[in-house]
Write a protein that binds this ligand. Structure first.
Ligand SMILES: C[S@@+](CC[C@H](N)C(=O)[O-])C[C@H]1O[C@@H](n2cnc3c(N)ncnc32)[C@H](O)[C@@H]1O
Length: 262
């Protein structure tokens, strides 16, 4: 089922309208970033424009994509004459990201669209150099592979360094959401751990390896190979996929790829 759909319908916009209005909080979280006057920043879901205003002060130019018609109209009025701002009234999932050139993303995004938004940003042809996304704390931990690696964390880690840059209690939002939020930071790796040519094979390896409780992973290697690899890379000999760390998955993938190529 598509991430944003429940019983075939998109979740209503109203379920994710938690606005960050405090200028102090917004400035505190912006201080965690590298955003400066040379940067083009993409904001997803500007809402009432509190973050947009702070981004305009700090960056070179801002593109803000808002789905809600009423908010988009109010933003046009609020920022009339602002030449460094491009406002787009559109579903971000349908927005065409820049094909080339560097850009950064800073956004307090709708929690119910987190995975779809992150996939769009990280799986496109020209991902942002850096992203700071206000997301639900639980979701951020899953992307970081805490407490255990999972499909999403393992597909992100070859290409992005990730960390939690700031913790935001629910009380800083209006209305207060049911969960706490964090500022998730992703930085594109200059040298990805997986080359473009291996991307598809890596994805298939991870998908196969995570299913079947470790049996599928074992079937990809001879028992001798597996014993050797597990020992060399410090993996437990009786493992479940959830016990393996990202670096161990990476080593297993490389061994498998080299065996096939030999
Ligand atoms: C959690 S609110 C945050 C608003 C604002 N950034 C703030 O922090 O005050 C999410 C915003 O994203 C907008 N939004 C929801 N889904 C969207 C989508 N698919 N594309 C663009 N904007 C979306 C909502 O209308 C809302 O303005």
């Amino acid at each position: 089922m598509p991430e944003n759909k429940k019983q075939g319908r998109c979740a209503p916009l109203s379920v994710s309208q938690n606005f960050l209005t405090s200028a102090v909080t917004i400035n505190n979280i912006l201080k965690q970033t590298t955003i400066g006057k040379d940067d083009h920043v993409l904001e997803i879901g500007p809402g009432k424009g509190h973050i947009t205003r702070a981004l305009l002060r700090r960056s070179g130019r801002v593109t803000a994509v808002e789905l809600d018609g009423g908010l988009a109209r109010a933003l046009r009025d609020k920022f009339a004459g602002e030449t460094n701002l491009r406002l787009v009234h559109l579903d971000f999932l349908k927005y065409r990201l820049p094909d080339e050139g560097g850009y950064k993303v800073f956004a307090s995004i709708p929690f119910n669209r987190t995975t779809a938004i992150l996939r769009k940003l990280t799986e496109c042809r020209n991902p942002p150099e850096e992203m700071w996304l206000v997301v639900e704390e639980g979701a951020a931990k899953r992307f970081l592979g805490r407490p255990a690696e999972n499909l999403r964390s393992l597909l992100l880690k070859p290409y992005f360094d990730m960390d939690i840059a700031y913790y935001l209690p629910g009380t800083v939002f209006h209305p207060k959401p049911k969960v706490d939020a964090v500022l998730l930071h992703l930085k594109k790796k200059q040298m990805p751990d997986i080359s473009g040519g291996d991307r598809q094979a890596y994805r298939q390896f991870i998908e196969a390896g995570l299913s079947g409780g470790g049996q599928n992973l074992r079937r990809l290697f001879t028992p001798k190979q597996l014993t050797h690899i597990l020992k060399s890379y410090g993996c437990p000999t009786q493992f479940t996929p959830a016990q393996l760390l990202y670096v161990q998955w990476l080593c297993l993938f490389r061994c498998r790829r080299d065996t096939i190529q030999r």
